[in-house]
Design a protein around this ligand. Structure first.
Ligand SMILES: [Zn+2]
Length: 289
C-alpha cells in the first residue's frame, strides 16, 4: 500500500489546532457527479463555505484540504447527535468523490474506494484508531452520507473488512522522517512493516554513507566512507533484513543502529537519532577528561 497525498490547504474553512486528539475517522461522499479531489480543495480553498473535510479522494488521487492537526467542519450539526462521542474536534473527515448512474443513484468508482481504503488504513495506523472508530457521517448525525454506504450497508461492511485487513500484519506506512547520525541531519523515507521500521537505503547518502546494491546477489551494501564504520550486506559481514519495494531498497532501522551504535527514536516527532560507537567512545573519553 503506497499512499500519496497532495495538499491544497483551505485558508478559511477550518479551526486551528486540535486539543482533543484524533479518535475517529468519518467517511463521507461529495454528492457530486464525477468531481475530482483537487476540484474540491479548490472549492474550499479561499472562500468561506462553513464546511470542509481533511481529505478528498477520487479514482486517481488524494488531496488534503485541512491538516490532520486542525479541525475540519465535516460532521457537526445544530440538530441531534446520534453518536455519543465523535465530533469534528476529535475526528478526521475523508470525502469520497462520487458518480451518479442513469437513475440518479450515487455510486463510487472501484478505484476511488480502493484509494480511500488505503488512506483510511494509513490514518488508522498513524493515529492508532481502532476499526470500530471508523464510521460514516450517517453514524454521527443520521445524514444520508456517504449515500452509497448508507443505502447499501453491505458495501460499507466490505469496506470495513478491507481496511481491517490492510491494517493487519502486512501493512506498509511510508513517511519522511528526520534522522541524525553523529550530529549530521538528513531526511529519510521510513516504512513501518509488520511493526518493524525500515529506512530507505539510498537516503543514507545524506549522512555520508556509500550506498550500493549488488543486483546479482540482491545484496544492499552500506559503507561509511569517512570512518570505515561498517559494511552491511545480507550475506557477508553483518546481517540486516532488507525489503525491496517498487525497486527501492529499505533496511531495518533497529539492525542498522545496532551495528552503528545506539539510537533513540521519536516517531511522534518524526525524528531518529543514531549515535555511533565511535562517537559514544569519544564522548566517554571527553567525560573522563
Ligand atoms: Zn458527510
Amino acid at each position: 500500500m503506497n499512499i500519496s497525498v497532495r495538499k491544497n490547504l483551505t485558508l478559511k474553512n477550518f479551526s486551528s489546532g486540535r486539543p482533543a486528539g484524533i479518535k475517529y475517522i468519518v467517511v463521507h461522499y461529495t454528492a457530486n457527479d464525477g468531481d475530482t479531489a483537487y476540484a474540491n480543495t479548490r472549492y474550499f480553498k479561499d472562500v468561506y463555505r462553513g464546511a470542509s473535510a481533511h481529505y478528498f479522494v477520487d479514482e486517481k488521487s488524494i488531496w488534503q484540504c485541512v491538516e490532520d492537526g486542525d479541525i475540519a467542519w465535516h460532521c457537526g450539526t445544530s440538530g441531534k447527535y446520534f453518536h455519543s462521542d465523535c465530533r469534528n474536534t476529535n475526528s478526521v473527515g475523508v470525502e469520497l468523490c462520487s458518480k451518479k448512474d442513469k437513475n440518479g443513484k450515487f455510486y463510487f468508482k472501484e478505484e476511488t474506494v480502493n484509494r480511500a481504503a488505503g488512506l483510511v488504513a494509513y490514518l488508522m495506523n498513524r493515529y492508532k484508531i481502532p476499526p470500530e472508530n471508523v464510521i460514516r457521517h450517517y453514524d454521527v448525525t443520521h445524514k444520508n452520507c456517504p449515500a452509497p454506504f448508507v443505502e447499501e450497508p453491505a458495501r460499507w461492511n466490505s469496506f470495513k473488512i478491507r481496511i481491517n485487513e490492510m491494517t493487519k500484519g502486512d501493512d506498509e506506512v511510508t513517511e519522511r522522517i528526520k534522522m541524525e547520525i553523529n550530529g549530521k541531519s538528513f531526511s529519510v523515507d521510513r516504512i513501518l512493516k509488520n511493526d518493524k521500521n525500515y529506512i530507505a537505503l539510498s537516503d543514507l547518502r545524506g549522512a555520508g554513507f556509500e550506498v550500493g546494491y549488488e543486483a546479482k546477489t540482491k545484496t544492499p551494501s552500506l559503507k561509511n566512507k569517512a570512518e570505515e564504520l561498517a559494511v552491511i550486506a545480507d550475506g557477508e559481514l553483518k546481517k540486516v533484513h532488507s525489503l525491496n519495494i517498487d525497486g527501492y531498497n529499505y533496511i531495518r532501522l533497529r539492525e542498522l543502529s545496532d551495528i552503528l551504535g545506539s539510537f533513540t527514536a521519536d516517531f511522534e516527532n518524526n525524528t531518529v537519532v543514531i549515535r555511533t560507537k565511535k562517537q559514544a567512545i569519544l564522548s566517554e573519553n571527553e567525560a573522563n577528561n
